[in-house]
Design a protein around this ligand. Structure first.
Ligand code: CP
Ligand code: NVA
Length: 301
């Protein structure tokens, strides 16, 4: 039997993604009712974090416990991965002991190598290219607040980073239009843009991107690993701050999303974080429910 991995949204069909999101909503409701549901008893998720994390770590760890299983946190600082043990070897060893492996890393190719040598599902917990688990939570959040996102217009304002690339894939898989406003030189990966065709457009003016939009997203201007560029980026991205006034140009029913952590006063104004149109706390909570649906999908026959 071939092993299913979740390295990008393209690893699932459109129908699978829709049912994963609906399942996330069901699991959220069961959890709220205090129902005990433990299909993953004795199952173990290994979690390799080469970058910092709050939401991803806690949501996977809490989610595995709630489903009756366990999660193991592994950092390169105290495993042999950090001392140069090859990815191929680590993949064979960890996948012989655990039922799934979640990896947060820099180079997306490392995830692919790990998956190639793993006999259990590998989940992308964020790479320099993509953050598909976040999009599961974001699409769940949109569905809960506004219904289907199909045919809607989504705006991305800021850096053409891993989150932006993942929104491009989401535009293809969930069938929406995406307008990306970013400074020249900070466009998303051309490979993802080419796959998406005319469903996705890149522009320089944030007001043009958000006009009439149903959902507006942003993310930090300097991602993990880009700390040295932070100061230069702060200047370059200043015209791209998302504020309540920018949202006023969008559709009346617009929602604001940010995967968090946020830098108030940089990519998002303080007021917008607390604006009624902001659903950032729901997105964060939904990481838990969406990923429970994901590990159930990957591990429960
Ligand atoms: N949004 C997100 O992935 O948050 P963490 O970096 O805290 O995991
Ligand atoms: N673009 C950000 C997302 C953090 C969840 C980063 O990669 O640091």
């Amino acid at each position: 039997m071939t092993v299913r991995h979740f390295l990008s949204l393209m690893d699932c069909t459109q129908a699978e993604l829709i049912s994963l999101i609906k399942r996330g909503i069901e699991l959220k409701s069961l959890h709220a009712q205090g129902v005990i549901y433990e299909p993953l008893k004795n199952r173990v998720l290994a979690m390799i974090f080469e970058k910092a994390s709050t939401r991803t770590r806690v949501s996977f760890e809490a989610g595995m416990i709630q489903l009756g299983g366990q999660a193991i946190f592994l950092s390169p600082r105290d495993t042999q991965l950090g001392r140069g043990e090859p990815i191929e070897d680590s993949a064979r060893v960890l996948s012989s002991m655990c039922d799934a492996v979640m990896i947060r890393t820099f180079d997306h190719a490392d995830l692919e190598t790990f998956a190639q040598y793993s006999r259990v599902p590998v989940i992308n917990g964020l790479s320099d290219d993509l953050h598909p688990c976040q999009l599961l939570a974001d699409m769940q959040t949109y569905l809960e607040h506004r219904g289907s996102i199909q045919g809607k217009t989504v705006a991305w304002v800021g850096d053409g980073n891993n989150m932006c690339n993942t929104f491009i894939q989401a535009a293809m898989q969930f069938d929406f239009q995406l307008r990306i406003a970013c400074p020249e030189g900070y466009d998303p990966d051309p490979q993802f843009l080419a796959q998406a065709g005319d469903r996705v457009s890149v522009m320089r003016d944030p007001t043009e991107a958000v006009r009439g939009a149903h959902l507006i997203n942003t993310d930090v201007w300097a991602s993990m690993g880009q700390e040295d560029e932070a100061e230069a980026r702060l200047k370059r991205f200043a015209p791209y701050q998302v504020t309540p006034a920018l949202l006023d140009l969008a559709d009346e029913q617009v929602l604001f999303m940010h995967c968090l952590p946020a830098h108030r006063g940089e990519e998002v104004s303080s007021e917008l974080m607390e604006d009624p149109r902001s659903v950032v706390w729901d997105q964060a909570e939904n990481r838990l429910h969406a990923q429970k649906a994901l590990v159930e999908f990957l591990l429960v026959e």
